[in-house]
Ligand binder design. Sequence first.
Ligand SMILES: Cc1cc2nc3c(=O)[nH]c(=O)nc-3n(C[C@H](O)[C@H](O)[C@H](O)COP(=O)(O)OP(=O)(O)OC[C@H]3O[C@@H](n4cnc5c(N)ncnc54)[C@H](O)[C@@H]3O)c2cc1C
Length: 329
Amino acid sequence: MDVYDITIIGGGPTGLFGSFYAGLRGLKTKVIDVLPELGGQLTALYPEKYVYDVAGHPKILAKDLSKALGTQAQLFKATMSLGEKVTNMEQTENNVWRIVTDKSSDHYSKAVLLALGAGACVPKKLDVDYDRNMEGECIFYAVKNKERFRDKRVLIIGGGDSAVDWANEFSHLAKNVYLIHRRDQFRAVQTSVEEMKHNKVDIKTFYELKQVIGNGKVEKVTIFDNRSGQEETLDIDAILINIGFVINLDFLKSWGLKMEVNAISVNEKMETNLPGIYAAGDICSHPAKLKLIATGAAEAATAVNFACTYINPSAKAFPGHSSNLNLSI
Ligand SMILES: Cc1cc2nc3c(=O)[nH]c(=O)nc-3n(C[C@H](O)[C@H](O)[C@H](O)COP(=O)(O)OP(=O)(O)OC[C@H]3O[C@@H](n4cnc5c(N)ncnc54)[C@H](O)[C@@H]3O)c2cc1C
């Protein structure tokens, strides 16, 4: 049986930085992610958005940050198991954890870092009939390439940060932008909502989508006012649906993890209640929790350094300064 020192579940920014750190500490490391690509939310949800609050990067596209994190994560040749969903974990006789995925039950590790983010985040789908072949062509749940919206008539559905931010961005790029939201209260930050009101965005509150019309591609949509039922038809080329995610983390409780609402409870060493299992990033909860890329990185470093002392009790938690190392990388 091939036993790793540490297995990191989740290849988002937290898991990737954890992978780098584990390599720096000389740990035999594996990263498992259900997605086919590394980067977590950076790649899956907002690759084309700029991030401004990551140390050392005044402004960086999420996809470029993800790429840099991926390169750093693999400096010490961690094993990457992508496209595998972790479904269970159990401790075997000699304190080694067996990690079961939908593809294999052959992952063994002395310690585990859970960097699951919001879980295997699946976008909420609209309860409207449409040709599913249009998804990724003219009906989107995330923006992978904003150029696809250039000079298009775009309908955005949602009232959160993603919907409003894209409405603002597309107002300078697309031919027309409509944003429909089923309420008149937005979850997005107020400054973005104010910006949207001043931008070229046709905002329709209390409106919902009723029908997508088109053969192979979107041509028109019917929307309706959910107070009066009054319908309207719009000429549309592309639809962006940002109505949130299906989050189901109940399975973590069945692994025996102590949870706080939708997050794993950790202490200041990022230890969970299970021996050798650590958590970091968006998935974990502690009194000073901030869900940011920067804090996830710090938590990953903490978790890996303490995992080091768990694996080898004579190891120090403090790793020393990397600038003192003479790495041939
Ligand atoms: C639109 C948007 C803009 C944002 N902008 C910023 C910003 O400007 N600055 C900032 O600091 N933060 C920003 N954030 C938040 C930031 O992206 C998150 O805090 C960060 O991605 C959390 O990293 P993570 O690695 O903990 O989790 P994630 O990025 O969610 O990664 C978790 C990974 O775990 C995998 N996974 C989950 N469950 C399983 C399983 N069972 N088996 C295998 N793999 C699994 C997922 O597939 C995913 O790849 C933004 C978020 C959004 C949505």
